[in-house]
Design a protein around this ligand. Structure first.
Ligand SMILES: [Zn+2]
Length: 296
């Protein structure tokens, strides 16, 4: 019994030591100017940040968990960037929805090097409701479920210990163009979240209540029955929704939903209409500028 007590005390000491292991204070909130994303700033912040904050605490998953430094603020002050990706591919450089794999890899390496905590939507929602939030929070999302998400994005996410959320058009699963059900199960087993982008990607505000209900519910059933996801989050196709859509979500137990409206997510916008930051091809300095309010 005494031995056990000593062992627990020792573990606690180690845990506190890890939590104390160095991170900078978050600067006071500055509003992100969305045009920052378009313009390279030429800042050297990234390299300096990496030199000042070498990862001294080691690399195992348990240690990474213990390293997360939280702040406690009022729930309405919590701001979490929810990144919105689509395809990760260099097939068509003229298409703004395609981020080249090398650029995506560079962005994920930047997030890891700068100690960002990638959260799933359960964690983000809890942070927005309680006010306990990692100092450098981010949610990484993908819309539509393109096959290249598995082949090109998943390896980078794993390399950099980042979790992400994939919003799937469930009627497209296993048709060859989108990710397969095996891909989705494998990613989920590796810590990724597989969520609802409706069964058929029809714009929900243009459908009858019955059809909108069917499109959301069929996808939710598929995710729960075939993939084993909790199926609690929704991404509106083309960002379109109305009051009826939100009533359906409440009926189906969908906890929160994301839009395509640009901005940093906050509970002030309503948990069924969370904003996201669209990621189009951009320089790493422009990518870094999205997170300027979290970095000194
Ligand atoms: Zn979509």
């Amino acid at each position: 019994m005494k031995k056990r007590f000593i062992a627990i005390t020792f573990l606690l000491l180690i845990t506190f030591g890890m939590i104390a292991c160095g991170k900078n204070e978050v600067s006071k909130e500055e509003n992100i100017n969305e045009t920052n994303q378009e313009q390279a700033t030429g800042s050297q912040e990234t390299t300096e940040e990496q030199q000042e904050n070498p990862n001294k605490c080691g690399n195992t998953e348990e240690q990474d968990q213990a390293q997360i430094e939280y702040i406690n603020i009022a729930p309405e002050e919590v701001r979490i960037p929810i990144l919105m990706y689509h395809s990760i591919s260099d097939e068509d450089p003229s298409n703004n929805l395609l981020v080249p794999p090398a650029m995506f890899e560079e962005q994920m390496a930047w997030l890891e090097a700068n100690n960002f905590t990638a959260m799933n939507l359960d964690e983000a929602l809890e942070a927005m409701e309680t006010g306990k939030v990692p100092k450098r929070p981010v949610v990484i999302t993908f819309d539509d479920g393109y096959a290249d998400n598995y082949s090109s994005a998943f390896p980078s996410l794993k390399n950099h210990n980042l979790k992400a959320t994939f919003f799937i058009i469930t009627d497209g699963v296993d048709n060859g163009y989108y990710m397969s059900s095996d891909n989705l199960k494998e990613m989920q087993a590796a810590g990724m979240s597989i969520e609802n982008h409706t069964a058929n990607h029809l714009e929900l505000n243009g459908l009858s209540k019955e059809d909108a209900y069917d499109s959301i519910k069929r996808a939710q059933d598929y995710l729960r029955n075939v993939i084993g996801s909790d199926g609690n989050y929704l991404c509106y196709p083309v960002g379109k929704y109305n009051d009826e859509t939100i009533a359906i979500e409440e009926e189906l137990g969908i906890k929160a939903a994301v839009t395509t409206q640009g901005g940093i997510a906050s509970i002030n916008d309503g948990i069924h209409t969370l904003k996201r930051v669209r990621i189009s091809p951009m320089s790493i300095d422009s990518f870094a500028s999205i997170f300027s309010e979290y970095i000194n």
